[in-house]
Design a protein around this ligand. Structure first.
Ligand SMILES: Nc1ncnc2c1ncn2[C@@H]1O[C@H](COP(=O)(O)OP(=O)(O)O)[C@@H](O)[C@H]1O
Ligand SMILES: [Mg+2]
Length: 288
C-alpha cells in the first residue's frame, strides 16, 4: 500500500522519511489523515501522533533543502564533526553565528579577503575542532570551502586527515616542498562544497617551509578556486608557525578554551598577531 500524502512539501518530507526507512507507509497515511483533520503541518501532525521525532523532521527538512547532513549510522567522518552530524545542536547554532561574524567582519569586506587562520595559544584548546566544524558550516551555506591543515607539528592521528577520514595525500608539506599542487587537496564526498588539504608527512623544518613563497602562492591559487579558506594552525604559544600563517592569511579567529586557556597567554598571542599586521576578526570561547 502506498502512502497518500497530499500537499507538495508534505509529500517530500513524507517520502524522504519513507525512503530513508524512518517511516512506514501506513504511518505516513495516519499522519496525513491527522494533518487534514486538524489543519496541521505534516511534521507537527507526526510529532503529535508520536510517530516521528523532531530529529526525524530536521533530517527530512535538511534533505529537502539539500543541506549536507549525515545521519548517525553514516560513519564516513569522525563523530567530532558535529556540524555534519548534529547541525541543529547548540554548537551548530554557535558555529553559524561565528560564520556570520566572519562574513560581516572580514570575508564580505573585500574580495581579496578569503583566508582566515584559526589560532589559539595552547595545545588541545579546540583549534582543529573549530576549524573543521566551521569549514563544514561554510560549505553547508553553499560556499566553496577549503580547509587547510597547517599544523605541521601535530601527531598524524590528530589532524584534519583523521577527522575527515581522508585517503592518502602528499598534503600541505608536499606542496610546500614543491612536490605537488592543489590537487593534493581532497574533496569530502559526503559534504559537497568542502575540500580538505591534509598536512602530509610531518617535516623536520615546519617554520622554514611556511616561510617559503610556495605557501603564499598556494593561498593565492586557492583564492581563485574557493570562496573561503580556513587554516588550522599549531599552538601559538609554542612556535612562531601560527604567526607566520596568520600573517599570510591576513586574518585570524582566536580560540580559547573555557577553564583551560590562560588569559595572559591569549592576550600575548593577540598582541603578537596584531603586531604582525594580522586582523583579529573574531574569538570563540570553546566551552565543550
Ligand atoms: N567544543 C568541543 N566539544 C567537544 N569536544 C571538543 C570541543 N573542542 C575540542 N574538543 C575535543 O578536544 C580535543 C582537543 O581539541 P583539538 O581541536 O584537537 O585541539 P587543538 O587543535 O587546539 O590542539 C579533541 O579530542 C577535540 O575533539
Ligand atoms: Mg589541532
Amino acid at each position: 500500500m502506498s502512502a497518500v500524502i497530499p500537499t507538495g512539501a508534505a509529500r517530500s518530507i513524507g517520502s524522504i522519511l519513507i525512503e530513508s526507512g524512518r517511516l512506514s507507509s501506513a504511518d505516513a497515511d495516519r499522519i496525513s489523515a491527522h494533518q487534514q483533520q486538524h489543519g496541521l503541518q505534516f511534521g507537527d501532525a507526526a510529532i503529535a501522533l508520536r510517530l516521528l521525532t523532531k530529529e526525524d523532521i530536521d533530517f527530512a527538512l535538511a534533505r529537502q533543502f539539500d543541506y549536507a547532513y549525515l545521519n548517525n549510522q553514516d560513519n564516513s567522518l569522525r563523530a567530532e564533526l558535529v556540524a555534519a552530524y548534529k547541525p541543529f545542536s547548540q554548537i551548530g547554532e554557535n558555529l553559524r553565528a561565528v560564520r556570520s561574524q566572519l562574513m560581516l567582519r572580514w570575508l564580505n569586506t573585500d574580495p581579496n579577503h578569503k583566508v582566515i587562520a584559526v589560532v589559539s595559544a595552547g595545545k588541545g584548546e579546540g583549534r582543529s575542532f573549530i576549524a573543521a566544524n566551521l569549514a563544514i558550516v561554510f560549505a553547508q551555506q553553499g560556499q566553496r570551502t577549503l580547509l587547510v591543515d597547517a599544523d605541521l607539528r601535530a601527531a598524524p592521528t590528530k589532524g584534519q586527515h583523521s577527522l575527515f577520514k581522508l585517503s592518502k595525500s602528499i598534503g600541505l608539506s608536499g606542496i610546500l616542498a614543491d612536490r605537488a599542487g592543489l590537487e593534493a587537496a581532497l574533496p569530502v564526498p559526503s559534504l559537497p562544497g568542502l575540500t580538505v588539504l591534509p598536512v602530509g608527512a610531518v617535516p623536520p623544518n615546519p617554520q622554514e617551509l611556511l616561510g617559503r613563497p610556495e605557501f603564499r602562492e598556494l593561498l593565492a591559487k586557492a583564492a581563485q578556486q574557493f570562496d573561503v579558506i580556513i587554516v588550522d594552525t599549531p599552538a601559538g604559544g609554542d612556535f612562531a608557525d601560527a604567526e607566520i600563517i596568520a600573517a599570510r592569511a591576513g586574518a585570524a579567529l582566536m580560540v580559547a578554551r573555557k577553564d583551560q586557556s590562560l588569559m595572559p597567554d591569549v592576550a600575548l598571542l593577540a598582541r603578537r598577531l596584531q603586531g604582525g599586521g594580522v586582523t583579529l576578526v573574531g574569538s570563540v570561547l570553546n566551552d565543550g
